[in-house]
Design a binder for this molecule. Structure first.
Ligand code: FES
Length: 87
């Protein structure tokens, strides 16, 4: 599990091993725009302000993933204990 902090709304929530970031957000009443939910379409990409993503999407290039500026909420996870999202 890891934590996600929403910079704009000030919420912090835990993402357990058996749920996606998008599911954790929805469970906490945060609306997330989703489409493919498989890391393909890029709809759910969100700016990542702090923390290191474990990128699982197929939408961003390797260079973009390494830049660690955006994260796909439907499938990617965290390598750091906390991710701060621009939400
Ligand atoms: Fe398509 Fe996340 S919903 S990449």
């Amino acid at each position: 599990a890891f934590e996600v902090r929403l910079e704009r709304s000030g919420k912090t929530l835990e993402v357990s091993a058996d749920q996606t970031i998008a599911q954790a957000l929805q469970d906490n009443g945060v609306e997330v725009e989703l489409s493919c939910e498989q890391g393909v379409c890029g709809t759910c990409l969100t700016a990542l302000l702090e923390g290191e993503a474990d990128h699982r999407d197929f939408y961003q290039t390797e260079v973009e993933q390494a830049a660690n500026e955006r994260i796909a909420l439907c499938c990617s996870r965290a390598r750091s204990p906390l991710l701060v999202l621009d939400l």
